[in-house]
Design a protein around this ligand. Structure first.
Ligand code: BV8
Length: 234
């Protein structure tokens, strides 16, 4: 049985990471176009770096931990793999690292990763746990000072190509079960993944509320991820 999971901001909400839609389209007080588009970065790189530095520092604070939904997915994957029951992949729209910290092995971060930075000259990607800024561009490896001033967050902004679309389409076409957890179904192409699954695939949506994608699912489970995910996977 091949399982494909799609997660959105709702699975990290109970870990203390704010969702996007809940803040009436504003993002920590900023409009998406100002902080999550290439044009916004071009216009004001310091504002964008400040926005991501704030979120990166918050993610690294000790009270931000994987929750029961992240852990249930990791435990299910380990057993699924041990028993040789088929493929298991988590495609996440989130740029936090909570799935990996929970122990998930096969995670595809289609919108990039907050704890990584990318050189705009070479596309080299660095693990990054300190502040990024136009005047403090040093990667964790001091040997790379040649990329001074050329770093950006390794995240997919609106208008940019998400990561791993081919692998996602393949996993969707092979999935026997598709589980969408905590996503509003508003952002494309993530919202289109359910449509890439086979008609025989069992599509399940876990969310607090109905979403525009809900009609595409065979089963909609309403409730908090930390309660519903462990129940569905048990
Ligand atoms: C692309 C990284 C071309 C950065 C992000 C007009 C119409 C339709 C589409 C478009 C349009 N104009 C432009 C587009 C395309 C655009 C798009 O979709 N825009 C939207 C706003 C309309 N998409 C793009 O630009 C993408 N690129 O299209 O390239 C292309 C594509 C394919 C092939 C060829 C070319 C790039 C999109 C990626 C943008 N980057 N993040 C960063 O994070 O800083 S997206 C960002 O917002 C997040 O990563 C996240 O993915 C998204 C928010 O979505 P959700 O994760 O669903 O979160 P949300 O808050 O919305 O919902 C939370 C849900 O959880 C809610 O339903 C809530 O009820 C639920 N919930 C809350 N708490 C709980 C819970 N559920 C359970 N338990 C709880 N406790």
């Amino acid at each position: 049985m091949n399982v494909l999971v799609l997660t959105g901001a709702g699975i990290s909400a109970e870990s203390g990471i704010p969702t996007f839609r809940g803040a009436d389209g504003l993002w920590e007080g900023h409009s998406i176009t100002d902080v999550a588009t290439p044009e916004g970065f071009e216009r004001d790189p310091k504002l964008v770096h400040r926005f991501y530095n704030l979120r990166r520092r918050r993610l690294l604070e000790p009270d931000i931990q994987p929750n029961d939904a992240h852990v249930a997915l990791a435990d299910f994957e380990a057993e699924h793999r041990r028993a040789g029951r088929g493929d298991f992949l988590i495609v996440t729209q989130n740029i936090d690292d909570l799935h990996v910290r929970a122990g998930s092995q096969n995670v595809l971060p289609m919108h990039g990763e907050l704890l990584k930075a990318r050189c705009m000259l070479t596309d080299e990607v660095f693990d990054w746990t300190t502040d990024l800024g136009v005047d403090t561009p040093y990667p964790t490896d001091p040997g790379n000072d040649r990329i001074r001033g050329c770093l950006r967050p390794h995240v997919v902004w609106f208008g940019e190509m998400p990561i791993g679309l081919d692998a996602i389409a393949t996993a969707a076409s092979r999935a026997d079960v598709f589980l969408a957890i905590g996503t509003s179904g508003l952002v494309y192409p993530a919202s289109g993944i359910v449509g890439q699954t086979d008609t025989l695939c069992r599509r399940i949506e876990i969310n607090l509320d109905d979403t525009p994608a809900s009609p595409a699912f065979d089963e909609t489970i309403r409730g908090k991820a930390t309660q519903c995910v462990p129940e569905v996977l048990s």
